[in-house]
Design a protein around this ligand. Sequence first.
Ligand SMILES: NC(=O)c1ccc[n+]([C@@H]2O[C@H](COP(=O)([O-])OP(=O)(O)OC[C@H]3O[C@@H](n4cnc5c(N)ncnc54)[C@H](OP(=O)(O)O)[C@@H]3O)[C@@H](O)[C@H]2O)c1
Length: 218
Amino acid sequence: MSNVFVIGATGKIGKRLGPMLVSAGHNVTGLSRSSANDNWYQQNQVASVNGDIIDISVEELSDLMAGHDVVVFSAGAAGSGLDRTQAIDGDGPVKVIEAMKRNNIRRLYLVSAFPEAGRKKDLGEGFEFYMEVKKQADAEVAATSLDWVIVRPGTLLDEEGDGAVSLGKAIPYGTVKRGNVAKVLASLIDLPLIRREIIELTDGDEAVDVALSNFAKA
Ligand SMILES: NC(=O)c1ccc[n+]([C@@H]2O[C@H](COP(=O)([O-])OP(=O)(O)OC[C@H]3O[C@@H](n4cnc5c(N)ncnc54)[C@H](OP(=O)(O)O)[C@@H]3O)[C@@H](O)[C@H]2O)c1
């Protein structure tokens, strides 16, 4: 059983992940920026602490994270502007790393982006910047001595998971159901031996547990 701190707990991935972790016996706490989600937290037995990753200080975040042993970062600016993309997707993980170090928390799971997403689609300056910032955050995390796992999902579909995925260090680009991303994160949290890895993820035809077991063996 782990004490899991989730940034982005009420996002479309986070809302699927939290209940999975709770049913697996973990204690889950979300960083909540709005009381609008209070009912969801109560109904799903996920604890919440108030904070906004944009303006929270490292010291405040560190205090909120005390007592946890796993951190998941699945927050995102979701196209709400370049400044917010930098502050949430870029600077957020950097604050998280520092807060984890202060608490001696070792395990971090970062939801990043698939490098080939949006290529040749001319999705505009905002998307290009988003991809750049996501890569910077990956580099910040990978440069630490933490036990990190960076998950790079393909383009997300807002669907429940059927548990059939393709994953590996480098795989062809594709889409992935958010429910499958949540399942992979939940399973990874129960497989601490998989650490310091970047995992690309799409929908596929392997069961999550089999795919992760094959990944671990490889
Ligand atoms: N869209 C794609 O195709 C795609 C592909 C690959 C990876 N990703 C990445 O996947 C991750 C999760 O995706 P998703 O679909 O679950 O995202 P989402 O539904 O947009 O959820 C984002 C989460 O971040 C939280 N958040 C936003 N601003 C915040 C702030 N200032 N302080 C604290 N929390 C804040 C939101 O809180 P509230 O609930 O309060 O709004 C929400 O819980 C993101 O990092 C995204 O970049 C997306």
